[in-house]
Design a protein around this ligand. Structure first.
Ligand SMILES: NC(=O)c1ccc[n+]([C@@H]2O[C@H](COP(=O)([O-])OP(=O)(O)OC[C@H]3O[C@@H](n4cnc5c(N)ncnc54)[C@H](OP(=O)(O)O)[C@@H]3O)[C@@H](O)[C@H]2O)c1
Length: 337
């Protein structure tokens, strides 16, 4: 027998909640309101359970579920959504935080030149990493695009009814300071030919986040979708060797002390922007990116900046591509049944 559907309480789903910024999002949500029902959408059960236990130590009365999902597999995403629908008739908050950055390592000559030419840029962007190019997943889609954008797009589409039913559904997409128009090409929307597929996918997150609002407005849905960014967090993203991470933390602190406010360093500080967007009662400005920042003295706050180069037509084209791919999957899976 299926479990009874839960009603009333705010339901928040956080992808990639077991570590880094996602873990910080859960901490901040529970600090604000311990009655929020949390769903940690993670791909690895033991990592998720470990994070759940440590969250329950900090918030013993919290209600935290784990639902497994691999964003790189449409089948897994659809199964995840079916489980969510079976449990909840309303979903209030979707935090699209999980992301993959697949690298071979670091381009040391870029690091050297950037250190002299643009030291702040060096500490804020990931373009000095050597990214794996042209990687296609088992679904035949650009791997980083699939995990960072398309998997989330499918969740947003599948849970539209539940978000709308909440009366104030909010989707927090996670972009980055590295997301720039010049790093995205609509003719290579999955970033398969790109030398920086991660950056390409992050610009795509901005396009989908902002572009979706047009559709929600036209359809009269009570859903708003936002672009957020965690600033710089010394997480394990990019799978760089642990000694690089340790060295980098010290450099981040030095830059922060010199007044570079993007250097949030911890997932908890990096989570401030998306949780602000989720819980602020009247938030109307959705043509900006909400970004986490921290002062030299460790006070975290949210900044708001226009998304330079945002192009409505480009967003609409990308949404069309995602929708076509989504519909094709629906047909394919219906035929398989
Ligand atoms: N760190 C930064 O400085 C920075 C800067 C700008 C933007 N961001 C963005 O902030 C978000 C969080 O990053 P982070 O630094 O916290 O990274 P992180 O510590 O590496 O966490 C990423 C999370 O995403 C999950 N994930 C990766 N691929 C997945 C997949 N295919 N299916 C399901 N889950 C998957 C990971 O799961 P596992 O633990 O199982 O691997 C992990 O929980 C990302 O969107 C990232 O692009 C980060």
């Amino acid at each position: 027998m299926a479990a009874p559907i839960e009603k009333q309480r705010t339901v928040a789903i956080v992808t990639g909640a077991n570590t880094g910024v996602g873990y910080g999002i859960v901490q901040r949500l529970l600090e604000k309101d311990c009655s929020i029902k949390i769903v940690m959408a993670c791909r690895n059960l033991s990592r998720a359970k470990r994070a759940q236990s440590s969250l329950l130590e900090q918030f013993p009365f919290a209600d935290i579920d784990i639902e497994l999902v691999d964003l790189n597999s449409v089948r897994s995403v659809l199964e995840f959504c079916a489980n969510i629908k079976a449990k909840f008739d309303r979903v209030h908050l979707l935090f699209f935080n999980a992301a993959s950055l697949i690298t071979y390592g670091i381009n040391w000559s870029d690091i050297f030149w950037l250190f002299f030419k643009d030291p702040v840029g060096l500490m804020e962007r990931s373009d000095a990493t050597i990214q794996v190019r042209g990687e296609i997943n088992q679904d035949g889609m650009g791997s980083m695009f699939a995990a960072n954008v398309f998997g989330h797009y499918v969740i947003a589409r599948e849970l539209e009814k539940e978000l709308d039913a909440s009366g104030n559904g909010r989707i927090m997409w996670t972009s980055s300071l590295t997301a720039e128009k010049r790093l995205f090409n609509i003719d290579d929307w999955q970033g398969v030919k790109s030398v920086l597929p991660y950056e390409s996918s992050k610009w795509a997150c901005d396009l989908v986040a902002l572009g979706s609002n047009e559709k929600y407005k036209e359809q009269g849905c009570k859903i708003v979708s936002y672009s957020t960014a965690p600033g710089v967090v010394a997480s394990t993203i990019g799978n760089l060797p642990s000694w690089i991470r340790s060295v980098r933390i010290w450099i981040h602190y030095i830059f922060r002390f010199c007044g570079v406010t993007s250097q949030n360093i911890t997932g908890y500080r990096g989570a401030i922007a998306s949780v602000f967007v989720a819980l602020q009662p009247h938030l109307v400005d959705y043509f900006v990116r909400y970004t986490s920042a921290t002062t030299a003295w460790g006070r975290s706050f949210v900044t708001l900046a226009p998304i330079e180069g945002y192009d409505k037509r480009e967003a609409s084209k990308l949404l069309q591509h995602c929708e076509t791919a989504y519909q094709a999957w629906k047909v394919k899976l219906a035929q398989e049944k």
